[in-house]
Design a protein around this ligand. Sequence first.
Ligand code: NAD
Ligand code: TYD
Length: 349
Amino acid sequence: MKTILITGGAGFIGSHVVRLFVNKYPDYKIVNLDKLTYAGNLANLKDVEKKPNYEFIKGDIVDSEFILKCFEEKKFDGVIHLAAESHVDRSISNPIEFVNTNVIGTVNLLNAARYLWKDPVDKRFYHISTDEVYGSLGEEGIFTEDTRYDPHSPYSASKASSDHFVRAYQDTYNLPIVISNCSNNYGSYQFPEKLIPLFIHNIKNRKPLPVYGKGENVRDWLWVDDHAAAIDVIFHRGKSGETYNIGGFNEWKNIDLIRLICRVMDSRLGRPAGESEKLITYVKDRAGHDLRYAIDASKIKNELGWKPSLQFEEGIEKTIDWYLENEEWLNNVTSGDYKKYYEEQYIKR
Ligand code: NAD
Ligand code: TYD
């Protein structure tokens, strides 16, 4: 029996990874360690919470003593590290939170693994990162695993820093590590601050859709369960010390994606065609807004046989249907401080 620590398992991607591992590997004990920030929600894991191979621990990765104690008690065989502050706009208003969780939190986990894994054979520290560490592309080009790091936002700078620490711990202490850098994810259980769930929520409530700048920025979108499947493959078969890029081969200009969401929402809500597009409101651009991200995911495809499974249009429809069917979830996460935060964000722009 292996004991695997998944950090940030109550968040968007983490909850999909926890669900996959708990169901697919009954002989693993999956320990989900999460602070339950505004972005973490145990309702994301209701269907697995009673499974015998699942355990939840509420805790903060910034607390080094607590992390060390967890490692001592649970004797983890592997770590899949997803816990992070993840939203670029929040990193612009409060960068220090990102340094604490993303950099110091990661180093605390690395230290605990280094102290406890005296014999690192069969151990693995898997760090989940983002393509945003590579910076911004122009009209041409694509990020490969060899692209130079060039982060622009406090979020991507903190993730770049944590990636460097993970590699440094391999080079300095022989810690068996692996890293993946993934493009933008979408799907169920994503907190409605990121573009896709925010716009679904706003259209439903006939609120303005704040498009940053001219809406010409490009993102490469990946279905979250395809990311979880890639994490499974890399955790089990990825080469120690390697980096793998994960992406959807699926670039969309923001405004085209927003129009697609508007069309599907009109049809699902029985509103006249064109109704939701009237909510589009161009607002002041995000500071340091990266123009384009695009991932070359051929290494993981060729070496590990992973590829995205879902067509984007189908994925968007499934995502919209999920948010419309899970009204209670959406109402819960948008109650309390949410309304105030978004009204302030919108007024600031
Ligand atoms: P998320 O914000 O939805 O979830 C983050 C989780 O981490 C939450 O459950 C939160 O409670 C927890 N957390 C935050 N601070 C913590 C702390 N100090 N201690 C313990 N737990 C803490 O994020 P997400 O979108 O699911 O992203 C997960 C990981 O994947 C992050 O590392 C992110 O950088 C990376 N990533 C995200 C995307 C994306 O499109 N969302 C793309 C590539 C990589
Ligand atoms: P986001 O979902 O925040 O992801 P990231 O910034 O990590 O790529 O944003 C996706 C794109 O959508 C990005 O180019 C910024 C843009 N955007 C808007 O135009 N309006 C919004 O309200 C948000 C949240 C994002």
